[in-house]
Design a protein. Structure first.
Length: 310
């Protein structure tokens, strides 16, 4: 029987919540991305620092005094001693190591997002797929959340997953289950830092992806967003040091120009550590909040359709 002769038929299946609509988009997008062998190889390459930190955990678990050697390997020099202080308890040393791992992984996050993010929305714009999405009971919020989940999955593969595994390795090396109670806040810090990283990276790359139908152009814009603020940060910092002779002055606000540096400052706060940069962490929170609000506003505006939301 032709479809037009059947008329309207009420759906008799099980209805699921709104969140499942976003999950459907995330699952489909993740499966498509994982078909790229180059992306899988890139993910494996990006988690290699976790093996180095596993060695660091082993060294520190044998003798907490070895934490000074870890600072030399990371190239932090005298600043490392300031962060370590005199507290050699597992809670403090683990917070220091895991926070540094996530900070270092920010570079890998930028690389992974460059590979995954540019085509998430631009490809739909190019194919006119937004109208297909909105022809179903789906809103812009559902669509954006689904795309954001895709970014979060790949960010998690190189940050959350290896960090949690490293935490379990640390528990095994400690040979004392009591260390879980002492360092449980570190595990919560890992999750909290991951959420910040995934949200910031996801919102920014989706906003840029919505600006053009060409994924190559989006990739260039994303690269510029990652590089130019960092260059501005180092130039202002160098100028400030040249004038004052010190980069540790409370008035040195140069890191506020860098997206990476602001995220690093928040990660340190989440783990309960000293600020990495001289300027107060609240300023970094304010800068990132303003940036996220502006990006989300532009993103929602870009993905709207003439039909509006259902």
């Amino acid at each position: 029987m032709p479809i037009h002769e059947r008329g309207y038929r009420h759906w008799e299946g099980t209805l699921r919540g709104r969140l499942w609509r976003s999950f459907a988009i995330a699952r489909s997008g993740t499966e498509l991305a994982l078909r790229k062998r180059s992306l899988i190889s890139l993910v494996l390459l990006c988690i290699t620092p976790s093996f180095l930190f596993a060695v660091a955990l082993f060294v520190v678990s044998r003798d907490p005094q070895n934490i000074a050697k870890i600072g030399k390997l990371l190239g932090e020099g005298t600043s490392w001693a300031r962060f370590v202080g005199k507290d050699l308890s597992p809670a403090h040393l683990w917070a220091l190591l895991y926070s540094r791992f996530l900070m270092i992984q920010l570079i890998s996050v930028a690389v992974i997002v460059t590979s995954v993010g540019p085509e998430l929305i631009s490809k739909d714009l190019r194919a006119g797929a937004l109208q297909v999405y909105y022809s179903r009971p789906m809103t812009r919020r559902d669509y954006i959340l689904g795309k954001l989940m895709i970014v979060a999955v790949f960010v998690g593969l190189i940050t959350l997953v290896p960090a949690v595994l490293l935490y379990l390795v640390g528990v095994v090396l400690s040979k004392e289950f009591a260390v879980v109670g002492q360092t449980f806040h570190v595990l919560l810090g890992i999750v909290g830092a991951y959420l910040v990283i995934a949200f910031v990276a996801g919102v920014l790359v989706l906003t840029i992806s919505s600006l053009s139908r060409r994924s190559a152009h989006v990739g260039i814009l994303w690269a510029l967003l990652m590089v130019l603020p960092e260059v501005a940060y180092w130039l202002v910092k160098a100028t400030y040091v040249g004038v004052t002779g010190s980069a540790s002055s409370p008035k040195n606000w140069s890191h506020l120009l860098s997206i990476r540096a602001n995220v690093v400052q928040l990660i340190a706060k989440i783990f309960g550590l000293k600020d990495v940069y001289a300027f107060d962490w609240f300023a970094s929170l304010f800068v990132l909040t303003v940036l996220m609000v502006a990006a989300l506003g532009l993103l929602f505006r870009r993905v709207q359709t003439l039909e509006g939301e259902h």
